[in-house]
Design a protein around this ligand. Structure first.
Ligand code: ADP
Ligand code: GLC
Length: 481
């Protein structure tokens, strides 16, 4: 089984969020179950710098009229998974965030940059002689790769089938109708049965509409997006895909997130006896975040993009209560300017109680997972969510809203003797306040807290199970007529 894995990010080459984690780890897990998975990724400067390149390349000409393209052959630096970097300097030779020119501002030519990625993936799939390797299935991810099946459809090439995975329905890849001609797609795709979305082009919709199978990253989110409330106007289409819309829960990279060997931690955390390691990491985290007091203060962590999805405004609303309960908060993230501003303000109002680091910091993200007692994830919606999975592995109890993958991965201490965290239902400030109070009460009950920690650390979110499920989808696609 040969699978081409097309993504706009893959850790450790380039990552802005969970998609990067998934595209870094899942292909390697697929290889472990016998799939010949290979990754196709744009050759951003960071990716070129970090990948292991063989020096071999294949010239592709100028498929989209935006510059000469080459595929650079290589492998991932950590897992060794085979990799092709799509080199097209006018499109990808830009450092920093892969999508934005400055925070909050997308590159104006993103439609070309990601149409090119999709077109080259389709070319690799359609032309057996291009690479001496032709995938049986193309696995495409999110709007950036939504045009892969649109090209195959336009060329009347039925093979290879495409599995399109939705990691987030809210990023729809919306552009004007005029882009169709510029990216070489026929105008007849611009219809309700095609990639039209309210008079505009949606690359995400193209992926849903034209691929042979659609999946998303948790069973609950698969159900939620089929409702008008969560469906972004695509719920009707998603309902039509019915049986074909699967929710496969993400796993975590067990090597990159191993509490016994993680180089970013102040001390290892031993699942058989977590307390000493947790205490050492908590002390180190508190020092680094300028938090006062000792280990007897309950500490909440927050590692997140600062966007509406993540319920950051709810955290802001609940901060006074959190501090009033005698707790502390360590925040890492970046995103919307006004949320960064408000969070900074909250930290300055509660010196020694609320610490914040604005920016992207892989090391600190690991330390927060290791050193906190609780991880706050009050998302409005969450397709899967990875931070709560890392928290569980590091003996940190997640405090989550019951939605999407959070509902599928955290067991409520109030409903389950094997509970692993605090679960609340509504995206309201008082619900977050309740959950914070519940967590603080847990903290002051050391026996229960130790039981929750053990239950959390005993969960298995390795990729193995999900890789098997994907293999089954690929096999079904290959055998379907
Ligand atoms: P999403 O993809 O919606 O942002 P996930 O929970 O699936 O949410 O994945 C987020 C990933 O990004 C996790 O690996 C998390 O640790 C990481 N992350 C988020 N913000 C930061 C940050 N500021 N610094 C380092 N890592 C971050
Ligand atoms: C998206 C979602 C997140 C998910 C990640 C990886 O970024 O917001 O919930 O975990 O993709 O699938």
């Amino acid at each position: 089984m040969k699978v081409l894995f097309v993504s706009s990010e893959a850790y450790p080459l380039v990552k802005t969020g969970g998609l990067g984690d998934v595209a870094g780890a899942l292909p390697a897990a697929l290889r472990d179950v016998g799939v010949d998975a290979r990754i196709l990724l744009p050759a951003y400067p960071d990716a070129m710098g970090r990948a292991t390149l063989t020096g071999r390349s294949v010239a592709l000409g100028d498929p989209l009229g935006v510059g000469e393209c080459r595929l650079l052959e290589g492998s991932m630096p950590d897992t060794g998974c085979p990799l092709w970097l799509l080199d097209c300097p006018p499109m990808y030779e830009r450092s920093g965030d892969p999508y934005m020119i400055t925070p909050g501002n997308d590159w104006p030519d993103n439609f070309k940059r990601f149409a090119l990625l999709a077109k080259v993936a389709a070319m690799i799939g359609a032309a057996g002689d291009l690479m001496d390797w032709r995938p049986n299935v193309i696995h495409a991810h999110d709007w950036q790769t939504g045009l892969v099946p649109a090209y195959l459809k336009a060329w009347s090439v039925r093979r290879p089938p495409v599995l399109f995975t939705i990691h987030n329905l809210h990023y729809m890849g919306i552009f004007g109708q005029e882009i169709l001609g510029m990216v070489g797609l026929p105008q007849n795709q611009f219809s309700i049965e095609g990639l039209e979305y309210h008079g505009l082009v949606s690359m995400l919709k193209a992926g849903i509409q034209y691929s042979q199978a659609v999946s998303t990253v948790s069973p609950s989110y698969a159900r939620e997006i089929q409702t008008p409330y969560e469906g972004q106007g695509l719920d009707g289409l998603l309902r039509q895909r019915g049986e074909k819309l699967r929710g496969i829960l993400n796993g975590i990279d067990m090597a990159a997130w191993d509490p016994l060997t993680d180089p970013h931690l102040a001390a290892p955390i031993d699942p058989a006896n977590p307390e000493p390691g947790k205490a050492a990491n908590k002390a180190s985290l508190k020092r680094q975040m300028g938090l006062d007091g000792n280990g007897s203060t309950p500490l909440f962590g927050l590692v997140s993009r600062f966007v509406e999805q993540k319920g950051i405004d709810l955290v802001l609303g609940a901060i006074n209560r959190l501090v009033g309960e005698g707790a502390q908060l360590a925040i890492l993230g970046s995103g919307d300017r006004h949320l960064e501003y408000e969070l900074n303000l909250a930290a300055s109002r509660h010196p020694g109680r609320v610490g914040i680091h604005v920016g992207y910091d892989e090391r600190l993200s690991h330390l927060i997972q290791a050193g906190s007692d609780f991880l706050l994830v009050p998302s409005r919606f969450e397709p899967c969510g990875l931070t709560q999975l890392y928290a569980l592995r590091y003996g940190t109890a997640p405090v989550v809203r019951r939605t999407g993958g959070l509902a599928d991965s955290v067991r409520s201490v109030d409903e389950d003797p094997e509970g692993t965290g605090v679960v609340f239902d509504h995206a309201f400030i008082d619900a977050v306040e309740w959950a914070v109070g519940r967590a603080v009460a847990l903290f002051h009950d050391p026996d229960t807290m130790a039981r929750v920690r053990r239950a959390a650390m005993a969960q298995d979110f390795s990729w193995k199970r999900s890789a098997q499920e994907y293999l089954k989808v690929y096999t079904d696609l290959m055998t379907a007529g």
